[in-house]
Design a protein around this ligand. Structure first.
Ligand code: FMN
Length: 188
């Protein structure tokens, strides 16, 4: 099949949806974020790429933020937090909140996975600010774990796909990672 060039985009890979929380002027605020990525194992670092949003004010002032992983039943609330700004609408009551050690990283009770971060490094790019957070605490509920580890089938997070702009849940298993590739080696 012949290849043709298409539009360049940074958004063509499926992206996990999260809700980033910060405390802005003393009030919890959450925004929808698709640009989230693991960047280092030890120390555990995770990055979020943000445009110039209201949320940033809180992160910059407190040097703390939260990453909350919503399950599919929170798709509407997640989208809402991506459609309206805390500068105009108070989003502090959309979810039930709790706090861990980091008192300016608001966490969402309804989300099955909550990650509280301290800013480790901030990178200023032409249109985005990348906040690299060191994970200080992670919260989950027993019912979403298997062998004390997060179980994605129980948590049921969802992704964003572009350019169709759809939220999609995780699909069926197609094989074990770090394992099925060995079949090729064995076949020679
Ligand atoms: C599906 C979806 C994904 C989004 N992903 C990002 C993102 O990765 N980075 C970003 O800066 N904004 C992203 N946004 C936009 C912000 O969530 C949106 O502008 C939000 O209203 C900002 O909230 P705030 O003004 O209260 O901080 C996304 C919005 C949606 C709906």
């Amino acid at each position: 099949m012949e290849k043709m060039t298409i539009e360049n985009s940074v958004s063509f890979l499926p992206m996990a949806m999260v809700l980033v929380g910060s405390l802005v002027e003393g009030k919890a605020n959450f925004m929808a974020v698709a640009w989230v990525s693991a960047v280092n194992r030890k120390p555990p670092l995770i990055s979020i790429a943000l445009g110039p949003h209201y949320t940033n004010k809180g992160i910059e002032a407190n040097q703390e933020f939260s990453i909350n992983v919503p399950s599919v039943n929170l798709a509407e609330e997640t989208d809402y937090c991506g459609c309206v700004s805390g500068s105009k609408v108070d989003k502090s009551g959309v979810f039930e909140l709790f706090y861990g050690k980091l008192k300016t990283a608001p966490l969402i009770k309804e989300c099955p996975l909550n990650i509280a971060c301290k800013v480790y490094q901030t990178l200023t790019l032409p249109s985005n600010t990348v906040f690299i957070g060191e994970i200080i605490e992670t919260f989950a509920e027993e019912r979403h774990l298997t062998d004390q580890q997060p179980d994605m089938l129980k948590m049921s997070p969802f992704t964003l796909t572009m350019p169709d702009k759809n939220y999609r849940e995780i699909g069926k298993d197609i094989g074990r990672a770090w394992q099925i590739g060995k079949n090729l080696k064995e076949r020679g």
